[in-house]
Ligand binder design. Sequence first.
Ligand code: KG4
Ligand code: ZN
Length: 339
Amino acid sequence: MLILGIETSCDETAAAVVEDGRRIRSDVIASQIAVHSPYGGVVPELASRKHVEAILPVIAQALDEAGITGRELDAVAVTQGPGLVGALLVGLSAAKALAYALDRPLVAVNHLEGHMHAAFLEREPLAEPFVCLVVSGGHTALYRVDPDGESHLLGSTRDDAAGEAFDKVAKLLDLGYPGGVVIDRLAAQGNPQAITFPKAYLDQSSLEFSFSGLKTAVANFVRRFGVPSICGGTGSYCLEDLAASFQEAVVEVLVSKTVKAANFCGVSDVAAVGGVAANSRLRQRLHEEAVYHRFDLHLPPLRFCTDNAVMIAAAAHTVWRRSGFCRNLLELDAFSRWF
Ligand code: KG4
Ligand code: ZN
């Protein structure tokens, strides 16, 4: 079964063809990072306009690279939410038009369910429930996911998402957008124990998160001491130490709550997905805990942590098996929030 996936929920225009939910036939992404970078974050109106410009060439390239025409598709899949509504509507409109013109069914996919599939690309899905940490720019949450793909929320952030905290701290430190990958790189050269930042565990049993206090603590630090220079410069703290200490505070909370969720649910499989799952320290700490607690860890390859359409086409296969195709496809709407 050949499915074309389309993803436009934020700042990547992406299309991909995936066969039987697993075999990647093509994977095309037009990134808008250069457009949003001067603003230190995604500008929704600019994102929508750039999606409009890119969507048709990106779809054409995805079909071309898969070596097929639209007529050979069995279905079209698209991210319906959550995300920026103006951005989502571009992908949704293109998907509706294509499905209607080709007389093919449409599958509406939850972006987070898409991210969850990125950990299981090109392999058998798990037959047992697993715990999944979803850590992206817009979301930070823990789910128990059943073998049919149905997910149950265990806890989410009360304020900022982890990726948002990375991006806001990077902006404070003048490191550009998106900030996660720059902080990750700097942190690798720094001492994570150099500065003690608050780790919000909330109460003992809570599987919720909170990152706004940590962001404020970094802002207060910068107000007091200024933005430190890179190692070898003057001052008692260097930029690498600040990056490493901030990152450690985020990662330790993410890892400890993920382990707690796995124990609470009694599962032996754990996945971490979304842009922040590309973080090298998070991946290393999860690996260490997986060995210690004897659970199998499932992480997407780096390329499929951040937004892409392969995960949407892969998830569409599960959604279709679980609930079939969308009936009244022309009435389908975009959701800014979903689950
Ligand atoms: O999943 P994603 O592409 O978009 C959303 O659905 O939000 O995630 C983007 C987020 C950004 O906040 C970015 O800074 C963060 O993922 N990110 C990272 C790393 N790579 C991307 N955060 C920490 N370390 C990284 N290596
Ligand atoms: Zn995403």
